[in-house]
Design a protein around this ligand. Structure first.
Ligand code: AGP
Length: 613
């Protein structure tokens, strides 16, 4: 995710800002920039690439004198990772500079408004809308603090903003909504940062800015105001974390931090795309005629992205009534199924750089298929080369084992499924609206499900010494078994397998060993299939398995007498239930790996991005 750092004090700002940006590198980014004020003017340097690149351009900061400034590392969302799109952004006319984290959802409308008022834009970013909106109000009323508050009231979405204006060269202004922003105090120096890791080597005393509050930061002082600009008092907090804990937001590992970030990530993926009872897919010009003519969908991906594809396949077939098949990219590329111009290939990839998925996408295009990609990284090969691309908006995922990327892939999959179902006339208005309502409440339901953390930890303590664990499920629960199994084996190194529950008696049931009470995780959240699932659980139980059931409040009764252990997720609309049921599986894997003393964030033999075949 983007990173912000700001400094007001007696020392030269640029080296401190570069240091802060380096400390934010762990968050992932694609470009970096700095602005300082000097002699009543703003001086800006920004470039694509790493902070070291920026540091080289400004000679470690030496080329940018000045004691007040802002720095930013950008993770592209609106607009590709280019020099122009890098932050800080300067208002038309050059008076005001802004760094921004978050997404301004109504930026297109605001941009139109500003263009009608004569403002010009240099980049593709939503941030340039923020800085020009502040400039517009400032030109109207001559009060910068008021202009910031007025602009904030007009912006929908999430933002943390650091603002520097050449008329107030010794002052930074900050405001935020939904994206975090902290202010640090050290002697006469004042700091601004998107997370404490950036400034911990300078200060441990920080104020947390709350939504809509405005802070005016000067050498030796910070004034706080409410959204209505009434002065408010705030008390600083003393942070004891070391740098490594700070990077992880106080969590022990990035994996658990990213698990806990899932409500926010899914909210981002859904929020700007579901409005007024409709789905808006980022203005993608997928012709309705094409959607109607699609005869077959192939979902092509690797690993966890492929397992998110399995959820999408089941939903596409049931809700959009279109035949869909999931293929590993490594299989698809060398075993091309029959494809033509009525084939839609959906490539899913967190990184957008996975070698097999790139090759599969190129093969599909060569043979006439249209390719829609679902990716997390803007400007990645898959995002750029596909016919249409939808961002998952998970933010950078640092742990090799995918969690929030998977959850946002599911979320984008739901949107695509409903979009295709509507375009093909496969879903009636009532069901469509009910589905959209359920999607709107989904982030809250994920939040609720995260409360199972302690229970998952307890269950992990009961199963962590197993040598083999099997996951079974039917339908969407089978899709989840694949991902539950993947999570467990990749971070705990326990041998595990996932099976469609109905397949047990055709082979896998021979693996159940009553001498060791082989653990079987029975995912039984689907109320439609619960009787079938219960009998599969009985099959393994009677052969000596120890059954851990993942159920909902609606299915728990059917499993109560069979399961040795149960974990209950909230009941939810069937199509979207995987977003809840995956949470205990991720946590179960995490806590088992923790108990086994595994290197969780960087499991052995695995890489975050697999760019070779
Ligand atoms: C999952 O935890 C792994 N990180 C891995 O399976 C991953 O999903 C796979 O390598 C695909 O990567 P991509 O999404 O970047 O294409």
């Amino acid at each position: 995710m983007c990173g912000i750092v700001g400094y007001v004090g007696d020392e030269q700002a640029a080296p401190i800002l570069l240091d802060g940006l380096r400390r934010l590198e762990y968050r992932g980014y694609d470009s970096a920039g700095i602005v300082v004020s000097l002699e009543g003017k703003l001086w800006l340097t920004k470039s694509r690439g790493y902070v070291n690149n920026l540091a080289g351009i400004i000679d470690g900061g030496a080329k940018m004198p000045g004691t007040v400034g802002l720095g930013h590392t950008r993770w592209a969302t609106h607009g590709r990772p280019t020099d122009e799109n890098a932050h800080p952004h300067i208002s038309d006319g050059g008076k005001i500079a802004v760094v921004h984290n978050g997404i301004i959802e109504n930026y297109a409308k605001l941009r139109e408004f500003l263009i009608s008022k004569g403002y010009h834009f240099q980049s593709e970013t939503d941030t340039e809308v923020a800085v020009n909106l502040i400039a517009y109000f400032y030109a109207e009323n001559g009060d910068l603090k008021l202009a910031v508050a007025q602009a904030a009231r007009r912006m929908e979405g999430s933002y943390a903003l650091g603002i520097l204006c050449e008329d107030f060269p010794d002052t930074l202004i900050a405001t935020k909504k939904e994206s975090p922003l902290v202010l640090g105090v050290g002697g006469t120096a004042r700091y601004l940062a998107s997370d404490v890791a950036a400034i911990l080597s300078y200060t441990r005393d920080v104020y947390n800015l709350r939504d809509d509050e405005v802070a005016v930061i000067t050498r030796g002082g910070i004034e706080f105001f409410s959204g209505e600009l009434d002065p408010i008092e705030k008390t600083p907090q003393h942070i004891d974390w070391d740098v490594s804990a700070a990077e992880k937001g106080g969590y022990e590992h990035f994996m658990i931090k990213e698990i806990m970030e899932q409500p926010e990530a899914v909210r981002r993926a859904l929020k700007s795309r579901v409005r007024d009872g409709e789905i808006y897919l980022d203005g993608l010009d997928i012709p309705a005629d094409f959607i109607k003519s699609v005869s077959k969908v192939y979902i092509v991906a690797c690993g966890t992205a492929d397992f998110a594809g399995v959820v999408m396949k089941y939903n596409l077939e049931r809700l959009a009534r279109v035949a869909a098949e999931v293929m590993f990219a490594s299989e698809f590329r060398y075993n091309l199924p029959p494809i033509d111009e009525t084939t839609l290939v959906i490539c899913i990839s967190q990184s957008g750089t996975t070698a097999d998925t790139i090759a599969a996408m190129r093969e599909a295009k060569k043979h006439g298929a249209r390719v829609l990609s679902v990716v997390n990284v803007v400007g990645s090969v898959i995002a750029e080369e596909s016919d249409w691309s939808l961002l998952t908006l998970a933010g950078p995922e640092i742990c090799v084992a995918s969690t929030k990327a998977y959850s946002t892939q599911l979320a984008v999959g739901y949107l695509l499924t409903l979009f295709i179902a509507k375009a093909r006339g496969a879903i009636d208005d009532g069901k469509y609206r009910a589905a959209l309502d359920a999607l709107e409440s989904l982030p809250g339901a994920i939040d609720e499900t995260l409360k199972l953390r302690e229970k998952a930890q307890y269950l992990a303590s009961r199963y962590f010494s197993a040598n083999d664990i099997y996951f079974i499920g039917r339908g969407l629960d089978y899709a989840l078994s694949l991902e539950g199994d993947q999570k467990l084996k990749e971070i705990s190194y326990i041998h595990s397998e996932a099976y469609a529950a109905g397949e047990l008696k055709h082979g896998p049931i021979a693996l159940i060993d009553s001498a060791v009470n082989t653990p079987v995780v029975a995912i039984a959240t689907n109320a439609r299939l619960i009787d079938k699932m219960a009998s599969s659980a009985v099959e393994v139980k009677t052969r000596g398995a120890r059954v851990l059931a993942v159920v909902t409040s609606a299915t728990q009764d059917a499993m109560r007498d069979i399961a040795d252990d149960m974990i209950v997720v909230p009941d939810y609309a069937e199509a979207f239930l995987p977003s809840l049921a995956i949470i205990p599986l991720q946590m179960f894997a995490y806590y088992i790996a923790l108990q086994r003393g595994c290197e969780i964030d960087k499991p052995r033999n695995l890489a975050k991005s697999v760019t070779v075949e």
